[in-house]
Write a protein that binds this ligand. Structure first.
Ligand SMILES: Cc1ncc(COP(=O)(O)O)c(C=O)c1O
Length: 416
């Protein structure tokens, strides 16, 4: 197991500690972004790192945004919760997406990506010492956000052999008097699992029975493969008062750089979250709110095409991993654009004793510097992620092809 949770530290960076708060000293930059920082300094590196779709934002969105820039005064702040027209449209969107009724703009907060929504949600409901149940492997930034709020992430492992399924029983066992919330990302980053309705409904019952808050992170709800069926607990009206659902424009509309997302929750929760949102950002960037309005008006052809392209990439990466059974085994991702292979430490050790116990941080750094391939250490996603790497397949197919070629060549030298 790695001694650090930071790729930058594993690569030798030392951090200033004088005059730095305990709160901040406890957290790391998510290794997803750290690997990007390190890879930027490796000329020609191919990225399987940060999750970004390679396609550009739809030209229709861009044209509408240019029109808005020319015809409206969008140089001013919006009110803190977001443009009224956008909140109204997002309320309608949540009703349509989740088959709900009665959602009002008061139930919506426009945020700086899903990320700020998640951060504001955690700051709003978590007191220092509160426990938040997260899965492992689970999204690395959730862990940092919980720690930043003074909370304690309690890790519940997914079941790898069952394609990284939820273990509802383990959730039940993890609940204590200090449990305040459960945080779930579905489809999963980093494993690509689309959780089953049955397992999610068991978790809903635990939430209601123990009066917890269920924080949902669903930026990949549109990105499903092999006819996988997606179910969201947000569609259960009984959960209305115990739910904060965070959404994003980043992936669905290829707008990662616009930094725009939204939250759906009970208006009482939204009003409290607004305090955090105001304290940190005042409002989401007005120009990005206009872009979000434009995105909501285009046909769904753009997103359908994006899903097809990413499915092509998924198959490409899997076909290459299939050529390296000595080094990797993996579960087939059914959603999102990540795959989470395990590197077979037993084979590595047999063939090269120097690699005995190589942790995922060192594995990814070696891969970056020796093969010029950027991936993310599995340990960034909690303890069950160790001895795995996360690979995003959002990049251009020709880049992925080149990256996989490099990986194969590198792996042959490693295991010979
Ligand atoms: C699970 C998950 N949540 C949140 C985010 C952040 O999304 P946004 O760009 O909307 O802040 C990401 C981005 O990769 C993600 O994978």
């Amino acid at each position: 197991m790695a001694k650090t949770r930071s790729s930058l530290e594993a690569a030798g960076l030392t951090q200033r500690t004088a005059n730095i708060s305990e709160r901040v000293k406890k957290i790391v930059v998510s290794p997803i972004k750290e690997m990007r920082i390190l890879a930027e300094k490796v000329p020609g590196a191919i990225s399987f790192g940060q999750g970004m779709p390679y396609v550009d934002t739809s030209p229709e969105i861009k044209e509408k945004l240019i029109f808005a820039l020319k015809t409206k005064d969008i140089s001013k702040y919006s009110t803190s919760p977001g443009l009224p027209e956008l909140r109204q449209k997002l309320a309608e969107r949540v009703m349509k997406k989740r088959g709900l009724q009665g959602i009002l703009s008061e139930n919506i907060l426009v945020t700086v990506g899903a990320m700020e929504g998640l951060g504001a949600a955690i700051m709003t409901v978590i007191n220092p010492g509160d426990e938040v149940i997260v899965v492992t492997p689970g999204f690395s930034s959730h862990i940092e956000q919980i720690l930043l709020a003074g909370g304690k992430p309690v890790f519940v492992p997914l079941i790898e052999k069952k394609s990284w399924a939820l273990d509802a029983n383990a959730f039940k066992k993890a609940i204590t008097k200090k449990t305040k919330a459960i945080l779930l990302c579905n489809p999963s980053n980093p494993t690509g699992t689309v959780y089953s309705k049955k397992d999610l409904q068991e978790i809903e019952q635990l939430v209601l029975k123990n009066n917890l808050i269920l924080i949902l992170d669903e930026p990949y709800d549109f990105l499903l493969y092999d006819n996988a069926e997606f179910y969201s607990p947000a569609s259960n009206p009984a959960l209305k008062n115990n739910l904060i659902a965070c959404f994003s424009f980043s992936k669905e509309f290829a707008m990662t750089g616009y930094r725009i997302g939204y939250v759906y929750a009970d208006s009482g929760i939204i009003n409290q979250m607004m305090k955090v949102h105001d304290a940190f950002c005042i409002c989401a960037a007005r120009i990005s709110q206009e872009a979000a309005l434009a995105a909501l008006s285009i046909s769904d052809e753009f997103t359908k095409d994006l899903v097809k392209k990413l499915d092509y990439n998924r198959k490409l990466v899997m076909s290459w991993l299939d050529k390296m059974p000595e080094l990797f085994e993996y579960q087939v991702p059914k959603g999102a654009y990540y795959i989470f292979p395990r590197y077979k430490i037993e084979n590595l050790t047999k063939k090269n004793p120097k690699l005995k116990d190589i942790n995922s941080f060192d594995f990814c750094l070696k891969l970056l510097y020796e093969a010029k391939v950027e991936t993310v250490p599995g340990a960034a996603f909690g303890p069950a992620g160790e001895n795995h790497i996360r690979m995003s397949f959002g990049a251009k197919p020709e880049e992925l092809e080149e990256g996989m070629k490099r990986l194969k060549k590198w792996s042959e030298n490693l295991t010979q």
